[in-house]
Design a binder for this molecule. Structure first.
Ligand code: SAM
Length: 244
């Protein structure tokens, strides 16, 4: 460990209608330390200090989950595709202690770091880490069609991410796309992609992050029929030839 944890900005949790228990707060602080530690060995994320960590990582990961944060004993099955340094997945695993999380990244060293952090935080039994491309995960028997929630933050354009996430959902599952700016054109192209995947846009929520840290959108997709088995397409194709 290289430094002590930074204090949580005053009033950070107010708009969530939730606040971490003392144990969860300890875990979030420990996660910050682990990130700093791993960052000395590999470039996991630059958002590790002060508000960068508490607002741009932790709060930004949790705000779309306000409803679920009120029912933390719900046994959700969730997957975070392109987890990078572990966001939003690890923050969610701490905030929802009954959820099982699968965290996927195509970079082996990142997957290794996230797996080690989950184990150090005592969550190794309900956080699985997969080192693979999302296109592969989408056809893995253990993952496809099984998730209550599939999410991705800062991984690719919305139509590309939709192709990664929708095949993973069970019939009542939802895909959560974390986006920054969001325009009517973005919505139109996501709707076109979703229709190929037999899904539709259920809602779009917008917030201003605390501390003037910018606009965020949460875009939620729901399946309307089983996703065709041809999706996701072969590795690289979703990004090279997006569905919209
Ligand atoms: N979600 C994290 C966050 O918001 O901090 C990481 C974002 S980082 C910009 C994007 C991550 O997605 C990288 O770690 C990259 O390796 C991963 N990634 C991109 N395309 C992927 C794919 N097709 N399958 C799995 N991981 C992918």
């Amino acid at each position: 460990m290289t430094a002590s944890a930074d204090p949580v900005p005053a009033g950070l949790w107010d708009s969530l209608g939730w606040e971490p228990t003392p144990e969860q707060l300890q875990l979030l602080m420990a996660l910050q330390q682990h990130l700093r530690d791993w960052n000395t060995r590999l470039n996991l994320t630059r958002l590790v200090d002060g508000d960068d960590y508490w607002v741009a990582q932790v709060y930004d990961s949790l705000w779309p989950w306000r409803d679920q944060l009120r029912t933390p004993s719900q046994p959700l099955r969730c997957i975070d595709v392109g987890t990078g340094g572990g966001f939003p997945g690890l923050a969610l695993a701490i905030a929802l202690p009954a959820a099982r999380l699968t965290l996927v990244d195509s970079v082996g060293r990142k997957a290794e770091a996230v797996k080690a952090m989950a184990a150090s935080l005592g969550m190794g039994d309900r956080v699985e880490v997969r080192w693979e491309r999302a296109e592969t995960t989408g056809h893995a028997r253990a993952c496809r069609g099984r998730q209550d929630w599939a999410m991705a933050r800062a991984v690719a354009s919305a139509p590309v991410v939709a192709e990664y996430l929708v095949p993973l959902l069970n019939a009542s599952g939802r895909a959560l796309l974390y986006r920054g700016q969001w325009s009517p054109e973005d919505l139109a192209s996501l709707e076109r992609a979703a229709s190929s995947l037999r899904a539709e846009v259920e809602r779009v929520e917008r917030i201003d992050l605390p501390g003037g840290r910018g606009v965020r959108h949460a875009v939620v997709l729901k399946p309307i029929a089983p996703c065709p088995v041809s999706y996701p397409r072969a590795v690289g194709l979703p990004a090279k030839q997006p569905l919209a």
